[in-house]
Design a protein around this ligand. Structure first.
Ligand SMILES: Cc1cc2nc3c(=O)[nH]c(=O)nc-3n(C[C@H](O)[C@H](O)[C@H](O)COP(=O)(O)OP(=O)(O)OC[C@H]3O[C@@H](n4cnc5c(N)ncnc54)[C@H](O)[C@@H]3O)c2cc1C
Length: 440
């Protein structure tokens, strides 16, 4: 493998660049990437979580967690995670424990006190049945923004020292002769000769779009990374509150939201992700990636998020919403990534489909991608995969609907939930900071 071009400097592309640089130093490496604020890699904090219902994914997460300890101890914060399961999701808790037992791990325990002591609430009950709370001491937070900045610098140096190039540019299409990619066309007009290169296509949720623009066969529908969106909110707190929040655990309320505290002492911002996901098919066959953060749906989800925080995490009282982000990930039906050689184009390897759980793979994802390029693929990540009983490990992160329908419904309700603020844009709301809309 003398020449490689990686398209996309996100989690998958950067992890692969790191692996090629360290294990194949004689390979000429080039990377093409146009970072986007809609890409999940361009975020500032992430969770490495170790709870899955499938034994393979649980074992994979344990190995990955050890790789973080070995390679990036300074980017991790061992604050653990409280997980809240309302009744419809309590089965997931039991399934995770069944898998833990199978793997010889101690079961997760119901641990209401950890929630109560950190989130300023008595444990909420529903229909007089207790909601389940666990504390996963082994889940960790990653100081992600700094890690990615460093990884992009390393990738740039790797390109230069290997004789390749780092292009801050967007790929418009891949030109091919039905057997090989011969040329990569960039937005700036540059054309990269790829006839003798291996091409690794890792553009996250834009994967399908690039294949379609290049008239290259798309994966079968159950392996296609479908662009799936959600909204995430930045909450600013004062110095005293930031100090109080910095060491509390993360909180996941399954089916609703995730809370991550500030990443370090320079940071007064915490993140709440509202996990009501959507596709955006418009009139075509591909889910379209757009910045939807000024839509009625974004406002509606903002209101739901604030209500959720007030009910479930009153410790955030006083926090102010300062940004709304529209993020997208490619989600496959099995929620396993698509990492495989393209069956029709010989020098093309596909690496996409993070499915809301692959930031954690950063230390070792590239090893799997490189092995695939070199002829040792992982069967579960293939182009065609036999269906197993366990298709979804995070069923709540499969799209809840299509943006257009959800947005229309939100539009109907927005007046009722936002009153006089309903007609304001998100930009105006964030500028004016009305107490009942932007302050917890
Ligand atoms: C809100 C949110 C929170 C998440 N939190 C977690 C978490 O806590 N833990 C976890 O394990 N996982 C998490 N995930 C999932 C994880 O972040 C993603 O699965 C992973 O980052 C995907 O990486 P990627 O490289 O496939 O894609 P991306 O992050 O999308 O990176 C692809 C890169 O390619 C670039 N690109 C796209 N098109 C082109 C083009 N035409 N030309 C050149 N470059 C292009 C993009 O701009 C981007 O920089 C989360 C996902 C989301 C959306």
């Amino acid at each position: 493998m003398s020449k490689v071009v990686i398209i996309g400097a996100g989690t998958f592309g950067l992890s692969t660049a790191k692996c090629i640089h360290t294990t194949r130093p004689s390979t000429q490496l080039s990377v093409v990437s146009s970072p986007s604020k809609l890409a999940p890699t361009d975020d500032y904090s992430k969770v490495v979580r170790i709870d899955y219902t499938s034994p393979e994914r649980m074992e994979e997460a344990i190995a990955t967690s050890m790789a973080w300890d070995m390679e990036f101890p300074h980017y991790q914060r061992h604050i653990g995670r409280v997980v809240r399961y309302e009744r419809p999701y309590a089965d997931t808790f039991d399934e995770i424990n069944a898998t833990r037992k199978k793997l010889g791990l101690l079961p997760r325990e119901n641990c209401t006190s950890k929630y109560e002591e950190n989130f300023g609430n008595r444990a909420v009950t529903q229909n007089s049945e207790p909601v389940l709370y666990t504390y996963n001491s082994d889940d960790k937070m990653i100081i992600w923004g700094s890690l990615i900045d460093e990884a992009r610098e390393t990738a740039k140096n790797a390109c230069t020292t290997s004789g390749g190039q780092f292009y801050e540019d967007a790929v418009v299409s891949l030109i091919h002769n039905h057997e090989r990619i011969t040329e990569i066309r960039l937005e700036s007009g540059i054309s990269i000769d790829a006839a003798t290169s291996e091409v690794i296509l890792a553009p996250g949720p834009w994967f399908m779009q690039i294949l379609e623009a290049s008239s290259i066969a798309l994966p079968p529908s159950d392996r296609a990374p479908v662009a799936t969106g959600l909204f995430s909110f930045d909450l600013e707190v004062n110095d005293t509150k930031a100090l109080e929040l910095r060491d509390i655990p993360m909180l996941s309320d399954i089916g609703h939201a995730d809370f991550l505290p500030p990443v370090n002492e320079q940071h007064n911002v915490c993140k709440v992700t509202w996990t009501e996901t959507f596709t955006n098919f418009g009139s075509g066959s591909l889910s379209i990636i757009e910045d939807l953060s000024d839509s009625p749906l974004a406002k509606y989800h903002l209101i739901k998020t604030i209500k959720w925080i007030r009910k479930v995490a009153p410790v955030l009282k006083g926090a102010k919403v300062i940004a709304i982000r529209s993020y997208w990930d490619g989600v496959t039906r099995t929620q396993d990534p698509l990492i495989t050689r393209h069956p029709g184009i010989n020098n093309l390897t596909c690496a996409a489909g993070g499915s809301f759980n692959r930031a954690k793979g950063f230390p070792d994802q590239g090893v799997v991608i490189l092995a695939t390029v070199e002829g040792e693929p992982t069967a579960r990540y293939g182009w065609n995969v036999e269906k197993t009983g366990n298709q979804h490990d995070q069923p709540t992160l499969v799209a809840k609907g299509d943006f257009i329908t959800m947005n229309e419904q939100a539009n109907l309700h927005i007046q009722e939930v936002m009153g006089g603020y309903a007609h304001k844009s998100i930009h105006e709301l964030l500028r004016d900071n009305p107490d009942d809309v932007c302050i917890i």
